[in-house]
Design a protein around this ligand. Structure first.
Ligand code: 26Q
Length: 812
């Protein structure tokens, strides 16, 4: 496509949509019009990818996830179509920037954090590898709440992202399916002597899919993300005539539940889980039937992935459809289900494993309950003679009046993986050890990865330019080629160019901070970043304690030498997570205190950016010098912001937790600041029950000064929150070992300071981080899922380079 062609298409699009000329279009109108042009540009390829798949009957994977977090899509779609620079040029001629236009797009924020973003990075990689892999989820009317700070407190506002429509989605009315809830079910013999379920009462709602194209990077391959929305079934309009009954129905896909493992038992959440699972599986079976193949060979054409336990009902739902609808024998249906299903675990904390009360499942999903009971019964019956009964009691699906979703997911899947080496090892050794004894061969590791196209090529244009000029652009397709940069670790001009790119990004972030927080920060300071959900185990509080220590030192000794730092936080807390919200309040009040202290000047600034989301991450990450990955060892399953920050040249301060360990192994101890307890040491404390937070407090005056600051009036306006935090550390013995790790953390921060002041050394460390980040590409991770778990192949397996394979004749 030429610039002239794009301009003409855009003019036509503006005219068709708004009947105005292009010069009069607002950025918002230009966004809508340009998105139409983009859709037009990929429509043929999207259709042809699907037609090809059906014609060739190639095996496909379906990634079931209750969360997807794609963020904005205009620029990533333009990049995938290789239209990014010409779109920039066309808009530039019109006197607007592409960024200004792209900014008007609402983030698609249908996820909480790591798990949802991982699903979207996987969608990017699946398409970019030309692998047939689709997403299946929920089209929430409201995404994750918008966060505002009022008086330092987090306040949640609705994210009405669909208000002005969603250009990327296509409503597929004809593909709607019915979903049944409630009532009673019993089994009755039919004429042929088969047991069939008879449903009494309950209600049937309609699931309508909205499809969004997932574009591969410059390879004309497009997959589909299918999100389901609830509607009144057309035959039952009368039944839902009143506003109240309609409202109850529409509630089902109205809101995304915030990550809140403490608050269980919410009925609507359970209904959501069944809703998108049942809709997705019905739609897969309808597709499979078009192929006219035996039902029990489904696993040759279909792989279904369960992203955490939220879609674990995939297992009994596929059993229901095979046994009840397709009249398959139980044993055969079970063998098929097992071969189709695979499951990823994302949590290590046993208390966070999903459970549902038996009574609720019986009431809301009576047929599911019967099937789960039968799966459980057969699980026990099949292993009774092989394993001791206490082991089976710990692993069975139904116990203590609850349905244990991880147990269901494990028993019904042929593959179970963790998301980083340490995490997968801990699953085998501790969290899921009992299952490892029963099914050792099912367990495997798939270390997480990230989409380097979004997190570097799109988010960090200045650095991308330097890399392209230095090592060429093969890394756009093969991220591991970033390692070519190692050849330049002593090249002063490359080091300088990378540092200059960082500086530009820091200036841009400083402008954003000034515009949004009214706070001036110095772009020559160290930008020290912690961006992730707010959770006690992630230890944002440890970061704050180090900030307080620096602050007290700077006040006591104004001559103290350290390079000025800007501490930047981005984090949402679950609305009902009281402790996490108290930490937000205390960080905000500490920030106010430090930022306004005339003695401190520009030496320390603390910024808590509101409403952390994918778009904000794209601004912060390219500007980061230091990456905070300081969770208590053994608690963070993997982490992915660690990978994104490394890719953008930030230097990591980290515990040996999650993927930090593999990052350390990739770049070497000299290029990362490791500190703190190891996982073994943490587990030893648990075993010996001999941790005493108080003894650390008692013996360290610096630590005392810092911890006391939460209750002695040093920080104004935190009476209640400060007390809550103080008590968690001292009275309740510091569950996440902050006091134990405090000194080691401060040492690591000191090493960072020294390294930063050695400018040449820092530049080299930064380069080595970028050069080694290619290992953490989601392309590689997805390739491993494709080979080891799903057994799917690229669409053009017979063509040597799938990226250059073309589905269509060349279009101008
Ligand atoms: C629970 C109960 C009720 C409602 C919601 C939830 C809920 C929602 C989301 C529970 C958990 C989540 C999300 C978890 C998550 O994002 N885990 C992260 O997954 C990443 C990708 O694998 C890892 O890198 C992180 O380490 C892990 O914390």
């Amino acid at each position: 496509m030429t610039k002239e062609k794009l301009r003409t298409l855009l003019e036509n699009s503006v005219n068709e949509l708004y009947a105005i000329s292009i010069e009069d279009a607002s950025p918002q109108e230009l966004f809508q019009a340009l998105a139409q042009v983009v859709k037009y540009a990929y429509a043929d390829d999207w259709r042809q990818t699907r037609q090809h798949l059906l014609a060739e009957q190639q095996k496909q994977a379906y990634y079931f996830s209750i969360e997807f977090l794609p963020g904005k899509m205009l620029k990533s779609n333009l990049l995938s179509l290789d239209l990014l620079t010409i779109a920039e040029d066309v808009l530039h001629e019109l006197g607007v920037s592409l960024d200004e236009v792209a900014e008007t797009e609402k983030d698609m924020a249908l996820g909480n954090g790591g798990l949802g973003r991982l699903a979207s990075c996987f969608m990017d990689s699946l398409a970019s590898l030309a692998l047939p892999g689709n997403g299946n989820g929920i089209r929430y009317k409201y995404g994750l709440f918008k966060q505002k700070f009022i008086d330092g407190h987090q306040v949640e506002l609705p994210d009405d992202w669909l208000r002005s429509g969603n250009v990327w989605e296509v409503r597929k009315e004809s593909k709607a399916v019915p979903i049944h809830f409630g009532g009673n079910v019993y089994l009755q013999e039919n004429e042929a002597g088969k047991l069939k379920p008879v449903y009494e009462g309950g209600f049937t709602w309609r699931a309508v899919p909205y499809d969004t194209a997932m574009l591969g990077y410059q390879n004309q391959h497009l997959n589909t993300l299918r999100l389901w929305s609830v509607e009144v079934p057309s035959k039952e309009e009368a039944k839902y005539a009143t506003l109240e009954s309609r409202q109850a129905l529409e509630n089902l896909t109205a809101v995304l539940y915030p990550d809140d493992s403490n608050e269980t038992g919410r009925r609507t959440r359970l209904m959501q889980e069944y809703f998108f699972v049942s809709a997705g599986i019905q739609s897969i079976l309808r597709y499979y039937k078009k192929m006219n193949r035996p039902m029990d060979q489904m696993s040759e054409k279909i792989a279904i992935h369960i992203n955490d336990t939220h879609p674990a009902l995939c297992i009994p739902e596929l059993m229901r459809l095979l046994v009840d609808e397709e009249e398959m024998a139980w044993e055969q249906a079970w063998a098929t289900t097992l071969k189709v299903m695979s499951y990823t675990n994302h949590t290590i904390m046993a208390e966070a494993l999903e459970k549902w009360p038996v009574n609720m499942i019986k009431e809301v999903l009576p047929r599911m309950y019967q099937i789960i009971e039968e799966i459980d019964r057969r699980f026990i019956a099949g292993l009774e003679k092989v394993h001791p009964c206490d082991l089976l009691n710990r692993t069975r699906i139904i116990s203590d009046g609850q349905v244990h979703m991880a147990n269901l997911a494990i028993i019904g899947s042929h593959s179970i993986n963790g998301v980083a080496k340490l995490h997968s090892d801990l699953l085998k050794a501790v969290v899921l050890h009992d299952f490892y004894v029963i099914y050792p061969a099912r367990f495997n590791n798939k270390t997480n990865g990230i989409a380097q196209r979004r997190w570097l090529q799109l988010a960090n244009r200045p650095l991308t330019k330097v890399l392209d000029d230095t090592i060429g652009d093969s890394w756009h397709h093969e991220p591991e080629d970033l390692s070519l940069l190692k050849n330049y670790q002593d090249d002063a001009s490359v080091l300088e160019a990378i540092a200059y790119a960082k500086k530009q990004n820091k200036v841009a972030l400083a402008d954003y901070i000034e515009a949004h927080c009214g706070l001036k920060v110095d772009p020559t300071a160290i930008f020290d970043v912690q961006i992730k959900r707010l959770h006690a185990y992630k230890r944002q509080l440890l970061n704050l304690m180090h900030i307080l220590k620096l602050y007290f030192e700077a006040k006591a000794n104004p001559e103290a030498e350290f390079h000025p730092r800007v501490f930047i936080f981005g984090a949402k807390a679950a609305p009902s997570y009281h402790y996490a919200k108290s930490i937000i309040k205390v960080i905000n009040e500490t920030a106010a205190m430090i930022n306004h202290d005339p003695q401190i000047k520009d030496k320390i600034k603390v910024v808590f950016l509101e409403n952390y989301n994918v778009s904000l991450a794209e601004r912060i990450i390219p500007a980061a010098d230091v990456s905070e990955q300081i969770s208590l060892a053994s608690k963070e399953a993997s982490g992915t912001s660690n990978m994104k920050l490394m890719l953008n040249g930030a230097v990591t301060v980290a515990t040996l937790d999650g993927a930090n360990i593999e990052i350390r192994d990739a770049i070497g101890d000299e290029n990362i600041a490791i500190f703190g307890l190891t996982e073994e040491e943490v587990y030893r404390y648990y075993a010996e029950k001999n941790y005493s937070a108080y003894s650390y407090y008692e013996n360290d005056t610096t630590l005392q000064r810092v911890v006391n600051a939460f209750v002695d009036g040093t920080i104004p306006g935190i009476e209640m929150e400060g007390k809550e935090i103080f008590d968690s550390l001292i009275k309740y013995n510091d569950e996440y070992f902050l006091l134990r790790d405090f000194e080691a953390y401060c040492d690591a921060q000191n090493r960072i300071d020294i390294a930063y002041r050695d400018t040449q050394r820092w530049k080299k460390v930064s380069l080595m981080n970028i050069a080694n980040a290619g290992k953490f590409t989601a392309d590689k991770t997805v390739q491993q899922y494709a080979e080891d778990i799903w057994q799917i192949e690229p669409l053009f397996a017979h063509v040597k380079d799938p990226h250059t394979a073309s589905l269509t004749e060349n279009k101008s």
